[in-house]
Design a protein around this ligand. Structure first.
Ligand SMILES: [Zn+2]
Length: 278
């Protein structure tokens, strides 16, 4: 008698996970709204919240492998040889350099499948010339994968850009965010004329994309590749989290390249290049 009642009232593991997720989400939203989630004393959260977080973390972690099994089945349902083809080689036409933000998944927003796009992501989609990581990615993508397009994609509501706009010591993030502050300094007049803070923030996101695209154009791989093959073309995009729309900032690649090569020419062939009318 008792077990029957107990069984009816006891949530299944799946129901429990759902409840825990919803409760934790509500608590986290509350923390975010109260701006306490980023405070250093977050470790002092209540034991209940700590326990909820532990259960939630394990539930979501285990879910990943279930998702993987479903994804395999879905891919094979579409194409029985999908994984055989995937393992053969990669010949992507695109290099995508975007923000690490979890809300901006590169393949999905472009409707591309695995194998279609070579991806590099970091905080605020920066292209620093001393960053061996991004420089290696550009080198490999342009020289060896022979990509036709390099896309720098930022997004509105970018936390990295927002952080760079705050007069705060961000510790280890300072040198990284300074690149964005440099962009602000470069466009100080234009940005300061925008009185609305949100509009100024949005514009800095766009200008940061443009400057990082320019940094891509400064690389020898891109300059030499374009001179020899007529590609890659470098683009700047911004993703709008509110609408899902990808906005092309319509960077004039040839004009930017020509301007850049006045100082940053790494081909040694700019005059010959210009005589060809390119
Ligand atoms: Zn971001």
């Amino acid at each position: 008698m008792a077990p029957a009642v107990s069984n009816r009232n006891t949530p299944t593991p799946k129901e429990l996970s759902k409840q825990v997720l919803e409760t934790t989400k509500a608590l986290c939203v509350n923390d975010i709204e109260n701006n306490t989630i980023f405070q250093p004393n977050i470790a002092l959260q209540t034991p209940a919240l700590q326990a909820l977080n532990r259960i939630k973390n394990m539930a979501t972690y285990e879910q990943l492998f279930e998702n993987n099994r479903k994804w395999i089945a879905a891919m094979q349902a579409k194409d029985v040889d999908f994984f055989e083809k995937l393992a053969r080689d990669q010949q992507p036409d695109y290099l995508y350099i975007g923000c690490s933000d979890s809300r901006v998944p590169a393949n999905e927003i472009m409707g591309l499948e695995p194998g279609d796009v070579f991806v590099h992501r970091n905080v605020a989609n920066l292209v620093n010339n001393t960053d061996l990581n991004v420089m290696s990615v550009i080198n490999y993508a342009v020289k060896h994968l022979d990509v036709k397009h390099v896309i720098v994609c930022g997004h509105y509501n970018c936390g990295g850009v927002k952080a760079a706009m705050m007069p705060k010591d961000m510790g280890i993030l300072n040198p990284w965010l300074r690149t964005i502050r440099d962009v602000y300094r470069h466009y100080e007049q234009e940005l300061n004329e925008i009185k609305d803070e949100k509009a100024r923030y949005d514009r800095l996101v766009e200008l940061n994309v443009i400057e990082q695209a320019v940094n891509v154009i400064k690389t020898a791989n891109v300059q030499k590749g374009y001179l020899k093959k007529g590609y890659p073309i470098v683009h700047g995009w911004v993703f709008d989290l509110h609408t899902g729309v990808l906005k092309d900032l319509n960077i004039n690649f040839v004009e930017q390249l020509r301007n850049i090569q006045k100082i940053y020419d790494l081909t040694g062939m700019v005059s010959e290049h210009n005589e060809d009318g390119e």
